[in-house]
Each structure stands twice: as structure tokens, then as C-alpha cells.
Design a protein around this ligand. Structure first.
Ligand code: GAL
Length: 810
């Protein structure tokens, strides 16, 4: 087994594949991301003789749209982020040593947006329209072994626009893997691990293994599996001979007992792994690893969600897949940072709106303890956009959905399958109730592969919703409609079924922007003076708790309904992070959404602390807004707090009174007159001090402060350090409205992967070496190259004292 691992590792290094992955992956699976050529246009590049010398060299994952300028005439519209799509080609030239001639070679794409077509050495491998699904092609029959080179060519066609309601990105934006195994091997996603019986004392794990074998060969095949706990200690073991061996596909199930199992939960996401060695005629020909968790759960129509027998309220968010200034090019550290920020506010659930996610996201959710609603579609046969997936639905839905479920079903983090978001077939057109048929079909596809509950996300909650009326899915999912969340209302209409809020709120905020008065709730149009289009328009939305889409509600409004209804097993707030595209209701130049609880750069908006004060047990006292106003102006000071029974506010030492939340209040407020100096909140419990928060009037911008989220990163060409730029006055007070232009310079073993400030209507590039601060903050994302050493980032601005920060790449 060890020998085999070594050999496969060696093979990986021998190929012209520089980037051998050290992650837990099936043995013989190697990153195929390095050393591609890219051309932004159409070309006759499938031909292996095509000369790509002048093409740009790059490493995947890659999103070409994020590199383009924002463009008011882009057919993607501001909904698509005002960034163009188009056609692009990728090529990679590589060799495979002659010693591998008897092996099987396959290429796996985690996701290509969209309409990818792939060739090897001029041989057409296939097309995959869906931009979010993973797919594999076998290369074996077409590979040149030995010195002759091979060319993989990939055409990506994202030219028909609009095809998305949000920013999709363009290109091979997820990872690509090359797998080399023996011809007898575990099939693609060929394991299915379930834990049908779980108690504190004992769990059973059933592992179904599908093995592919060459036809007509007489061989003895053994599947030898070992289960390891998270410390790498062997906890169970089994060897099963496979018969008959004449078939080309064999399936077997191994049953294990795990004594005293450690259960997977959101607080302790404990992972085991099953490592299978496929042994043919005495030799290990494939090794395949399946990480898994041991847990059980149930949904109850009246009482909600139970994980391992304990009640857990799912406090989730919806997210789209872009990573802000990095575009959609997947990056594990960027995803991990998002999840860490969300965990910090008490989030324990993620909805992969509205498409299959990157595998790295699910791996992180497994490790970090998130409850995932894994979603397949934003539309079925009826379109939302002229060129969207509805055109491909008939031909591809079955394959796409099956592949998603088979790929993702071993993840302990996955708890539900959403088979559609706000599907137009909710409403019948004339006599057409075909939506019910499609729903049944999709539900049955899922159920044939996995027994986790199905759900659809419905914005129509009236009895004429064709999909809910069909009574097919295991759960009832509502988008919005918070006045109808009670058990009474749901069960009167749809019967006693588990109930979940698949989407809520759609509240809008721009970080650090405040319109007075704060207590009038406004649906859009949010501002009576909504500006006309123009590059200098102020397209900010007040970060007070008072703006929301008409179909949604403010954070506070919806949170109250969430808390008071026990039948609500969970809710996924729209959205955790701002995302590129869908700046509704704002016009150009707004180009990214306002719905996030955290802005596009990763800086929390005020709503973050509202949820933190409710969803976590850490002490929270958040006071806002800032303290730089016109003398005499009337200002609403708000506080979110917990673990205390009162908060007192002081302005320049003078008490403005004590406030207490009463009833279902989630905040307190003082309407005060501004005077320069300081404002301070003090929270107390039983008269004893819990926390204080002070904000001081800031003077003119004087200095830049740089803070890195991590000062040691891996020298692997992928890892990131997120550096926050804060503008402060000469006494170190943050300057709330500073908008100085920051110029970055980088030296050493790294590059600037992106810059941002979180403002939804900023039209400067994410890929430049400068960014104007917005409301006192900016962000630079530093990425290692492959060399170990120091990275020095310097930030300067006219008239300010600059700063330098050192990051070590190891
Ligand atoms: C929902 C939809 C989301 C997003 C949101 C904005 O109706 O499911 O994708 O568009 O509205 O409020």
C-alpha cells in the first residue's frame, strides 16, 4: 500500500504537472491547474498542431470576466455585474511517461462556466453546458505515452447573454484534476457511505463501492478498506473479494462497526475517513479515500431540526459563488475566510444558492461544521433569462442532478437537497401543471441516490403553488413571506410537514452609510431621491435596519419571526456576503448587491452584530453610527447587545439615559444631538459592567494602518493574506468617511490578487494596484507565488503617512 502510494506520487511528478497536490484526494489524483495557455476569443485551437505560442500563460482556476472593465453596455447587464462574458480557449500541453501505458488516465473539471467543449489531441471528448457541475472524461485511448506530447484544448462559450441573474464569471474557474489509476479502479465518485445506526456507544457504517474493471480479464480483485478516526488511528477494517470479475462494473457493500463514535456536529465537526485499496492479482492498483462523519438528524413539523437528538436551530445564509475581487476563481482560503467570518456571527448553515458548489466549499463545511442546503437549479424549463439553463434543461437535468447528488452525498455537511429556487413552474400557465411532473421526476432522481430530504425554495406560498400543492418534496421551503411562518399557517395550507425558510430578508445596506431618521422602514424605492445613472452618483443604502426588498423584510423584522416560530427548523438569510451583480434596486453604476450582511470586501456591516448578539453567547455590544456629524444634527444611536439587561449611553460624559430591550426588541436606540467629542455605551447585567464601547470624533485623515488576517501563509501559489487598510487621524481614530486613493506596492514572493473597498458602485478595477478607500477602509488580497520568503506590501496615499506590512510565505 505504501509502495503504491509512492509510485503514484512519482508518476504525478514525472508528468509535466508541476503542482502535485498534498490534499487528501484519491491516490493518483493530481492537480492539473498549472501551466495552461489562454486566449480570450475564438480560434481553431482544438487542432493539436495549432500554435499557441502567443497566448497568455496562466494557472487555473481562472475567471476572465473579472479582469475586464465594468461596462454599462455589457449584455450581462448590471445584474450580471456589468462584466462581459464572451468566448475563451484554454490549452495545456503535457507528456505521460511510457511506464504508464497500462494505466487509466482521466481528467476531472470541477466546474467551467459555461458550455465547455473539450478535446485531447484533436479527439472530441464532449460538451457540458451547465456552468456549475463537475464532469470527468476518460483520456486513456487518446493519450500519447512516452515522449510525444498531448494537448488538452477547452473551448468555453459564455457569449450568449444574459444567461444569469447574478455574476457568473467565465472560464475554467474551478480546479482541474488528472487521475491515473490501474485499469481496475474505483469508479468516478464510486463510493457511498452512510451511517444507518448511530448511538453514543456504537455506529454502523455502510460503504458501497463501485469498481470498474477491464472486460474479459481474469483477475482476483480485493477491496481492502480501513476506517481511520480524525487522529489517523485505525478503528475498523475489512477486506472483501469481488466476484464476478468478468463484469466491467462491480458493486459491493462493506459494513463496519465503529465503537464509541465521536459524532459530527456543528460545534464539533469530527471526521473519519474510509481508505479503500483495490488489489488486483496481489497488487494495489487504486487507492480511494472517502472522508465522512457519523451523525443522525431529523426534522419535525412542529419542533424543527434535531441533530444527534439535540435541538438545533439552523441559522444559515445564502451565498453566491463569487469571492469578491477574486471573481469566481475558486480559492480555498478565500472560502475559508468567508466561513470564518460567518461562524463569528453565529451562522451554522449555508445554502449554495442557486447551483452546485465548488467541492472545496463542501470540504470546508464538513471540517468547520456547517449545515448545507445543496441546491441544483434556479430554473427548470421556464426561463428567467433569455439564454439561461432552461435551454439545456431537457437534455441535461437528469445527468446534472444525478452527478451532483453522487458527487456530494458523502459530505456530512449536506443535510438537504434543494431541487429548485423560485421555479417559474410554481405557477400554472393556463392548464399547464407540468411543473408537478418535473418536480416528481427530480425528487425521484434524488431519492434513487440518497435519502436526505428534498425541498424547493418557493416565493409563492398560496394554495395555488403547483409544486407545493403536488405534495412531493419532504420539506416545505418558503422564500420570504415571514408573516406566514407559523405552524398554523403553514400546516393549514400544506399539512404537517417539516418547514424551513429557504431564503429570507433581502435587506439592503452599504457599510458605514446612514440616513436619518433610522426608524422608518422603507421598501424600495429606498431613497426618494434615487439618483439617475452616472459615475459619480451616490448609490449607498443606509446601514440602519430599515431598508428591504418589498418581498422581504428588514433583518430585525424577519429575525423576530424566525425566533418566535418553533416549527421553523432554520432559515437561510439572503445573503451572507454581498456578491457581484444584482444591485437591485440601484441603477448603473451600481454593479454588486446590497443584500450582504458582510460587504464584498469581507467587512461586516452593522447587521452582522445584530445576528451575533442573537446567535452567539459571546458578549456583544455594538454601537453605531460613527461620531462625525454636523454640530446640532439629530442622530439616532443604535446598540445591539446581549448578556446584559441594560445599556447606558454617554455623550462627552453626560448620560443620555438607560435603555432596555423589552418584549421582542432586538436593539435599543437614543435620538440625540450631535456634539464633537465622544459617545460611549456601557452594558450592565444586574448592575455589573459587561462591556463598554466608545466612538470618538475623528480629525482629518493622517495615517494608514495595515492589518493582515494572517502574517504566515503557504508558499504554494494559492494561499492568501487579506490585508485591511484603515485610515485614521493623527490620534489613531478611524476616519469614517475617508476616501483617499491608496496606492499599493508589493515586493518579494507574492502578488496582489485583488483590491476592493466594499462599495457597490465603485467602477475601478478589482485587479489594479490601487483603490480608493470607502468609509475609511480598503482591502488588498496578497497571494503567495511558489517561492518561500518574505512578501512586503506597502500602502501610500497623498498627504498620509504610509505603512508597510510583512507577510511570510513558508
Ligand atoms: C430572491 C431570489 C434571489 C435573489 C433575491 C433578491 O427572490 O431567489 O436569487 O434574487 O430574490 O432579493
Amino acid at each position: 500500500m505504501k509502495w503504491n502510494k509512492c509510485l503514484l506520487f512519482l508518476i504525478g511528478s514525472l508528468l509535466i504537472i508541476t503542482n502535485v497536490t498534498a490534499q487528501i484526494k484519491p491516490a493518483g489524483t493530481f492537480s492539473f491547474n498549472a501551466g495552461w495557455k489562454f486566449f480570450p476569443g475564438d480560434a481553431a485551437a482544438a487542432d493539436p498542431a495549432f500554435n499557441d505560442n502567443t497566448w497568455r500563460q496562466l494557472d487555473l482556476p481562472h475567471d476572465w470576466s473579472i479582469e475586464l472593465p465594468f461596462d454599462s453596455t455589457s449584455p450581462t447587464g448590471t445584474g450580471g455585474g456589468a462584466l462581459r462574458g464572451g468566448i475563451g480557449w484554454y490549452r495545456k500541453t503535457f507528456t505521460v511517461p511510457a511506464s504508464e501505458k497500462e494505466k487509466r488516465v482521466a481528467i476531472l473539471f470541477d466546474g467551467v462556466y459555461r458550455n465547455s467543449e473539450v478535446w485531447i489531441n484533436g479527439h472530441y471528448l464532449g460538451k457540458r453546458p451547465n456552468g456549475y457541475i463537475s464532469f470527468q472524461y476518460e483520456l486513456t485511448p487518446y493519450v500519447n505515452f512516452g515522449n510525444a506530447s498531448n494537448v488538452i484544448a477547452v473551448k468555453v462559450d459564455n457569449s450568449q447573454q444574459p444567461n444569469s441573474r447574478w455574476y457568473s464569471g467565465s472560464g475554467i474557474y474551478r480546479n482541474v484534476w488528472l487521475t491515473i489509476t490501474g485499469k481496475t479502479h474505483v469508479a468516478q465518485w464510486g463510493t457511498y457511505l452512510t451511517t444507518p445506526e448511530v448511538t453514543d456507544k456504537k455506529a454502523t457504517a455502510h460503504l458501497r463501492i463501485t469498481v470498474n474493471l477491464p472486460a474479459g480479464k481474469n483477475q482476483t480483485v480485493v477491496a481492502a478498506t480501513t476506517i481511520y478516526n480524525s487522529g489517523g488511528v485505525e478503528v475498523a477494517k475489512l477486506s472483501s473479494p469481488l466476484t464476478p470479475v468478468q463484469d466491467t462494473t462491480v458493486t459491493l457493500t462493506q459494513k463496519f462497526v465503529i465503537n464509541n463514535p465521536v459524532l459530527w456536529s456543528v460545534d464539533r465537526p469530527y471526521l473519519y475517513k474510509a481508505v479503500i485499496n483495490i488489489i488486483s492479482n496481489g497488487k494495489t492498483v487504486d487507492q480511494y479515500t472517502t472522508p465522512f462523519g457519523v451523525r443522525y438528524f431529523s426534522f419535525d413539523a412542529d419542533k424543527g431540526f434535531f441533530l444527534n437528538g439535540k435541538h438545533v436551530k439552523i441559522t444559515g445564509v445564502c451565498n453566491h459563488h463569487d469571492l469578491g475581487c477574486l471573481g469566481t476563481a475558486v480559492n480555498t482560503r478565500a472560502l475559508e475566510r468567508q466561513l470564518q467570518i460567518l461562524k463569528g456571527m453565529g451562522i451554522n448553515g449555508i445554502r449554495t444558492s442557486h447551483n452546485p458548489p465548488a467541492p472545496e466549499l463542501l470540504n470546508l463545511c464538513d471540517k468547520m461544521g456547517f449545515i448545507v442546503m445543496d441546491e441544483a437549479f434556479d430554473m427548470w424549463k421556464q426561463e428567467k433569462n433569455r439564454y439561461d439553463y432552461h435551454l439545456d434543461f431537457d437534455q441535461w437535468y437528469k445527468k446534472d442532478l444525478e452527478d451532483q447528488v453522487v458527487r456530494d452525498r458523502n459530505h456530512p455537511a449536506v443535510f438537504m437537497w434543494s431541487i429548485g429556487n423560485e421555479i417559474q413552474e410554481q405557477w400554472k400557465k393556463g392548464d399547464d401543471t407540468s411543473g408537478a411532473g418535473i418536480l416528481r421526476d427530480l425528487h425521484n432522481i434524488v431519492k434513487g441516490l440518497d435519502d436526505r430530504p428534498t425541498v424547493t425554495a418557493n416565493n409563492e406560498t398560496n394554495p395555488w403553488n403547483v409544486l407545493l400543492h403536488a405534495n412531493v418534496t419532504d420539506m416545505i421551503g418558503y422564500n420570504y413571506n415571514h408573516h406566514r411562518w407559523s405552524a398554523d399557517s403553514v400546516q393549514k395550507t400544506w399539512g404537517r410537514k417539516p418547514f424551513i425558510i429557504t431564503e429570507s430578508a433581502s435587506a439592503l445596506q452599504t457599510r458605514g452609510s446612514y440616513d436619518m431618521p433610522s426608524d422608518s422602514i422603507r421598501r424600495w424605492p429606498l431613497r426618494w431621491d434615487l439618483p439617475v445613472e452616472g459615475a459619480n452618483a451616490d448609490l449607498t443604502c443606509s446601514a440602519y435596519e430599515n431598508c428591504s426588498a418589498p418581498w422581504g423584510g428588514t433583518h430585525i423584522e424577519t429575525l423576530k419571526h424566525f425566533l418566535k416560530n418553533d416549527n421553523v427548523s432554520g432559515m437561510f438569510i439572503w445573503t451572507g456576503f454581498d456578491y457581484i451583480g444584482e444591485p437591485t434596486p440601484y441603477p448603473w453604476p451600481a454593479r454588486s448587491s446590497y443584500f450582504g450582511i458582510v460587504d464584498l470586501a469581507g467587512f461586516p456591516k452593522d447587521a452582522y452584530y445584530l445576528y451575533q448578539s442573537v446567535f452567539t453567547t459571546n458578549n456583544v455590544l455594538h454601537l453605531f453610527p460613527h461620531w462625525n456629524w454636523k454640530p446640532g444634527e439629530t442622530i439616532d444611536m443604535w446598540a445591539y447587545y446581549n448578556n446584559a439587561d441594560e445599556v447606558e449611553l454617554f455623550i462627552n460624559g453626560k448620560s443620555q439615559g438607560v435603555k432596555r430591550k423589552t418584549g421582542d426588541d432586538l436593539h435599543v436606540m437614543w435620538r440625540v444631538k450631535y456634539e464633537p467629542g465622544n459617545v460611549k455605551a456601557v452594558s450592565r447585567k444586574n448592575g455589573k459592567l459587561v462591556m463598554t464601547k466608545e466612538i470618538r470624533t475623528a480629525g482629518a485623515p493622517a495615517k494608514i494602518i495595515l492589518t493582515a488576517d494572517r502574517s504566515n501563509i503557504k508558499a504554494n501559489g494559492e494561499d492568501l493574506s487579506f490585508v485591511t487598510v484603515k485610515i485614521v487621524d493623527r490620534d489613531g481614530n478611524p476616519v469614517p468617511n475617508a476616501n483617499d486613493l491608496i496606492i499599493f506596492k508589493i515586493k518579494g514572493e507574492g502578488v496582489i490578487a485583488g483590491v476592493d473597498n466594499g462599495y457597490q458602485a465603485d467602477l475601478s478595477s478589482f485587479k489594479a494596484d490601487n483603490k480608493k478607500a470607502f468609509r475609511g477602509l480598503a482591502l488588498a488580497v496578497v497571494q503567495s507565488n511558489r517561492k518561500a520568503g518574505q512578501i512586503m506590501l506597502t500602502a501610500t496615499a497623498a498627504g498620509l503617512q504610509g505603512a508597510t506590512i510583512v507577510i511570510n510565505a513558508k
